[in-house]
Design a protein around this ligand. Structure first.
Ligand code: FES
Length: 117
């Protein structure tokens, strides 16, 4: 059972620049991706850094023995402390998806964003 909490205005959440809000005594980062808004707890599951204050980025993916490409631009957040990369939509750590940042559902009503906690 979750409860809906007002978070901020949609205009407050820029692309590639998450909005950090404090709701229900939690620090939460809200991200604006091409498929809508997503939210992660602003605590890294590794050692507790402010995860959502790290850069929004992509990652390097190997395509052959000698080629790497930069992929998934704007879909990941990289923790500033040790560089762990997390999928913003699922909260999963790329190297080990069993390690997850806590995520929250987000809904939009008019110009208002709500978090479901
Ligand atoms: S605290 Fe986030 S990667 Fe270590």
């Amino acid at each position: 059972m979750t409860t809906k909490h007002y978070a901020c205005k949609t205009a407050d959440v820029m692309r590639n620049a998450p909005k950090i809000v404090s709701v229900s005594n939690l620090s939460i980062g809200i991200f604006n991706l091409n498929d809508g808004y997503h939210a992660l707890l602003n605590i890294c599951p590794h050692k507790g850094a402010a995860l959502c204050e790290g850069p929004v980025c992509g990652t390097t993916r190997q395509t052959s023995d000698r080629e790497f490409v930069y992929d998934r631009a704007g879909e990941l957040v990289r923790c500033a402390w040790h560089g762990w990369e997390f999928d913003i939509r699922s909260g999963e750590f790329l190297v080990d998806p069993t390690v997850k940042a806590r995520r929250f559902d987000v809904s939009v009503e008019g110009d208002d964003l709500y978090l479901h906690i």
